[in-house]
Structure formats: structure tokens, C-alpha cells
Design a binder for this molecule. Structure first.
Ligand SMILES: NC(=O)c1ccc[n+]([C@@H]2O[C@H](COP(=O)([O-])OP(=O)(O)OC[C@H]3O[C@@H](n4cnc5c(N)ncnc54)[C@H](OP(=O)(O)O)[C@@H]3O)[C@@H](O)[C@H]2O)c1
Length: 286
């Protein structure tokens, strides 16, 4: 199977590059070799590598900065997805794309399912939602995996930020009124590999939109920070603040737990508990 992978240095992309390499012929790209802000570059890269599967692990993920950089956010998170999807359709290839819990407004108090109405609070969430829609509208064979609070051994993440701040002895101010499900980039990559195997094995592949978060108990941002410090054996106080006190440029949902049972029902795939995976990531970083 020929795979074109974007975002090879990101949290999920780096895990995918490593995991898929032994079984697939992977063309792995980063921003320097394929800038998703340029539609022509995308078309060129796809036509040159002629993939059976396109895995788009690149994204504009700067949630606050997106508020003042709308053009770039929409170019990467929406327009580029549309072009990748068009090219996938032309080649009869599968597009695997990732989206976010931030498509929801957080007003619900039980885990979000795929049929819940999205209502993003900021530009990042809007641009990702439009990206999902562009993939679906293209008519290409696609899988859109919505995930949440991604952490991994490689790349920038909340885990890395908390560990760095704690090590530098900085005061840790973390919001306590945002609840979600941390998700392991490595576990998500393993799920993608399983999905690609299912896709390659035959007919009637049920593509579409799936929630794909780690299992385990939902947690507040501050509870998550405490779990990270505990895994690292760091004893540092956490100053719990409200979202209002810690206002970034973008509003975030107060509750964005994803229910991933459709993925399990359809493919028998469930990502393991985030706490076990967090231990491995903290060890790799710390
Ligand atoms: N991180 C989260 O908490 C989270 C939560 C929910 C959903 N997701 C989604 O999950 C997917 C994977 O996220 P992740 O955490 O692995 O992301 P990540 O670590 O931020 O990596 C994203 C990658 O995209 C690349 N990129 C950014 N702009 C680009 C451009 N114009 N052209 C080409 N590449 C570009 C970045 O390259 P540079 O490093 O060179 O900028 C980076 O390597 C994304 O779709 C994301 O939206 C993430």
C-alpha cells in the first residue's frame, strides 16, 4: 500500500511515520517538503506519489493564534483538506483525516456522539469543522477521526509544557473548568494502522466520521496536569483557575468528552486508557 503522509513531525504524524513504514510504502512530508497552504503543491505531491491512501496528520493547531490568523487556519485546516480529498477522489484513494473535539461548544454534559450538532466556539474549531465537511462533500472514500487533547512522546503538547514549566520552577496555573479526554498519539496511530488493514482487506469499508479518543475517565485540565506531574514524580502545586481568569484569545469548550463507541462497534477498535499511555509519554519526555 502506497501512503502519502503529511505532518510527519507532529505528535500523531511522527507515530504514523514510524508505525506504517514497515508495512507500507510511505512518502512522509513535513511543511518544508509540502506546505499545505499551497493548493498546487498539494496536487503536485499527490500526483507524484500516486498513493492508495492519504493520511493527513498535518494541521494548523494554534488555537489562540488562529483568531488573528484566520486565513492560514482556513487554508490549512479547510482548503487543503478539500484539495487532498479531490485528489483522493481522482485516484480512488482513501483519505484519512483528523478533526477535533473543539467542533463542539461544550454545552452538553455527557460524551458527544457523531450525530451531535457541532457549534465551534473559535476559528480553529470552525476551520476544522469545515475541513471535515470538505472531506465528506468531495465524495472520496474517507475516514475522519475526531480526537481530543492529544499527547505524545514527540512534538509540542500540554504534557511537555507542564513538565517544562514544573522543571523550570514556574508557577503552574491551569484551568479547572474544562473537561475532556486526553488521547495518546501512539494509540491513535495504532488505531489508524488497524483501520488501514481493515480497508485493505476488502469490500464495503464503512468510511465516514468517527470519534477516536483514548478510553478512561474524563478529566479537567488541572486534574490532567496533576496526573502528568504524578507520573513524573514531581511534587509541585497547581493553581486552579477558571477559563475566565485564564482567558486566551479563543474560547474553548468547558466539556468536550468524545464518545468513541461507534469506532468500537464498527471496527472493534478501542484506544486504551489514557493514564497507562501517559506514563509511557512522560517517561519518554522526562
Ligand atoms: N493536539 C491536540 O490536542 C489535538 C486535539 C484534537 C485534534 N487534533 C488533531 O489531530 C491531528 C494531529 O494533531 P497533532 O497534535 O499530531 O498535531 P501537531 O503535533 O501540532 O502537528 C501538526 C503538524 O502539522 C504541520 N503543519 C502545520 N502547518 C502546516 C502547513 N502549512 N503545511 C504542512 N504542514 C503543516 C506542523 O509542522 P510544523 O511543526 O513545521 O509547523 C506539524 O508537524 C490534527 O488534525 C489536529 O487538528 C489535535
Amino acid at each position: 500500500v502506497r501512503v502519502l503522509l503529511t505532518g510527519k513531525n507532529g505528535q500523531v504524524g511522527s507515530e504514523l511515520a514510524r508505525l506504517l513504514a514497515p508495512s507500507c510504502e510511505v512518502t512522509a512530508t513535513d511543511r518544508a517538503s509540502l506546505d499545505l497552504a499551497h493548493a498546487d503543491a498539494i496536487r503536485h505531491a499527490v500526483r507524484e506519489s500516486h498513493p492508495d491512501v492519504i493520511v493527513n496528520a498535518a494541521a494548523y493547531n494554534a488555537v489562540d493564534r488562529a483568531e488573528s490568523e484566520q486565513d492560514v487556519a482556513f487554508a490549512v485546516n479547510t482548503k487543503a483538506v478539500g484539495v487532498l480529498a479531490e485528489e483522493a477522489k481522482r485516484l480512488d484513494a482513501l483519505l484519512v483525516h483528523f478533526s477535533t473535539d473543539y467542533v463542539f461548544d461544550g454545552e452538553k454534559r455527557s460524551p458527544y456522539v457523531e450525530t451531535d450538532a457541532p457549534n465551534p466556539l473559535g476559528i480553529y474549531g470552525r476551520s476544522k469543522l469545515e475541513g471535515e465537511r470538505a472531506a465528506a462533500a468531495s465524495g472520496c472514500d474517507h475516514l475522519v477521526l475526531r480526537t481530543s487533547w492529544v499527547f505524545g512522546a514527540h512534538g509540542a503538547s500540554f504534557v511537555r509544557a507542564i513538565l517544562r514549566a514544573a522543571r523550570e520552577g514556574k508557577a503552574l496555573r491551569v484551568v479547572s473548568d474544562q473537561v475532556g479526554l486526553p488521547t495518546s498519539a501512539a494509540a491513535l496511530a495504532r488505531a489508524v494502522a488497524q483501520l488501514l488493514t481493515a480497508h485493505a482487506s476488502g469490500w464495503g469499508f464503512p468510511g465516514g466520521l468517527y470519534h477516536a479518543s483514548s478510553s478512561g475517565e474524563a478529566v479537567s485540565r488541572s486534574g490532567y496536569a496533576r496526573a502528568i506531574l504524578a507520573e513524573a514524580g514531581i511534587d509541585a502545586p497547581i493553581d486552579e483557575v477558571s477559563s475566565d481568569e485564564y482567558a486566551g484569545a479563543a474560547r474553548r469548550p468547558n466539556y468536550s468528552v468524545l464518545d468513541s463507541s461507534k469506532l468500537h462497534r464498527t471496527f472493534g477498535i478501542a484506544l486504551p486508557d489514557w493514564r497507562a499511555e501517559l506514563r509511557a509519554a512522560v517517561r519518554a519526555i522526562h
